[in-house]
Design a protein around this ligand. Structure first.
Ligand code: SF4
Ligand code: SF4
Length: 141
């Protein structure tokens, strides 16, 4: 499914599945440095076995790992995972186990009346920063 997530150069629309979502999450966590993901020292992180996005993966265990990671992210509060506003997080659509299609692209953009134009000079990608509290991108200009 297509979703809009935060990439190295700002928001991007991309085709996502759970394998790729974990990889994107790990890249985000490591400042988009693939070598940092590879050499990640947090072996107890729930996503650790899946961080490289390659190789044979147990799909059920991977789904559970995403759930556990989201619970960890929300200090063990299931309700907070459910209410997570960070739609640009690569794990967002998979945080509940079942796929949450509410943030699927372009469905989400159909609901919004105005979409930021990241391509124009005045709205260049570098002007936007992600605010984790609100789950929104804020223009710094
Ligand atoms: S395994 Fe966990 S700590 Fe390591 S890069 Fe991925 S999300 Fe970050
Ligand atoms: S989807 Fe939400 S709860 Fe899960 S890791 Fe991302 S920000 Fe945290």
């Amino acid at each position: 499914m297509k979703v809009r997530i935060l990439g190295k150069d700002g928001p991007k629309v991309t085709e996502l599945n759970r394998r790729k979502a974990i990889r994107e999450c790990c890249l985000n966590c490591s400042g988009w440095e693939p070598s940092e993901v590879r050499d990640c020292a947090f072996t107890d992180c729930h996503l650790y076995p899946y961080r490289m996005g390659t190789g044979k993966q147990n799909a059920k265990a991977r789904n559970k790992a995403i759930r556990k990671y989201c619970l960890w992210c929300c200090c063990g509060q299931r309700k907070e995972v459910q209410l997570c506003p960070s739609k640009s997080c690569p794990l967002h659509v998979y945080r509940l186990g079942a796929v949450d299609r509410s943030s699927e692209w372009p469905e989400s953009s159909k609901k919004a009346h105005i979409e930021p134009d990241f391509e124009t000079e005045t709205n260049s990608k570098t002007d936007w920063t992600f605010e984790p509290q609100s789950g929104l991108y804020m223009n710094q200009k």
